[in-house]
Design a protein around this ligand. Structure first.
Ligand SMILES: [Zn+2]
Ligand SMILES: [Zn+2]
Length: 140
């Protein structure tokens, strides 16, 4: 199924009315394939939607977060606002530029390691997190 259509269905099962602006916000998140701030999304949409307001983008992102279509990510980088990403089932990690705050999703490299630790320690491993911080090509 087309991703745009998938998220449209997710909206209706969650009782969210489909509007042009809501679809446009989701479209940016689908297309970019990485967590974005409300500002990032707003700037991308502004050109074709001159009447769109930043507050509308915030309001809809919070609605999507409440309805668990979108996850809020807060990396506590002082100068950076939080980012939003689509909730997809796949477990993954993030690479974060500490200067501009860009976030790139990474596949999980820890599955084998987790299995090994579990065998060695007899722990039942429940979860893990990993964040990698650095400077992106534009900021270094
Ligand atoms: Zn950067
Ligand atoms: Zn992982």
């Amino acid at each position: 199924m087309n991703e745009q259509l998938y998220w449209k269905e997710q909206m209706s099962t969650r009782g969210i009315r489909t509007t042009k602006q809501r679809m446009a916000i989701l479209h940016v998140l689908i297309e970019q394939r990485r967590p974005l701030s409300a500002q990032d999304i707003f700037f991308r949409l502004q050109e074709n939607n001159p009447r769109l307001r930043l507050s509308t983008v915030y309001r809809n992102l919070n609605l999507f977060t409440e309805k668990e279509m979108v996850r809020k990510i807060d990396f506590r980088l002082d100068k950076r606002e939080c980012c939003f990403e689509l909730v997809s089932g796949e477990h993954h990690h993030h690479l974060i530029c500490i200067d501009c705050g860009e976030i790139i999703p990474l596949d999980c490299p820890l599955r084998d390691y987790q299995r090994k630790i579990s065998q060695e320690t007899e722990y039942t491993i429940l979860d893990h997190t990993m964040k990698i911080y650095g400077l992106c090509p534009r900021c270094k």
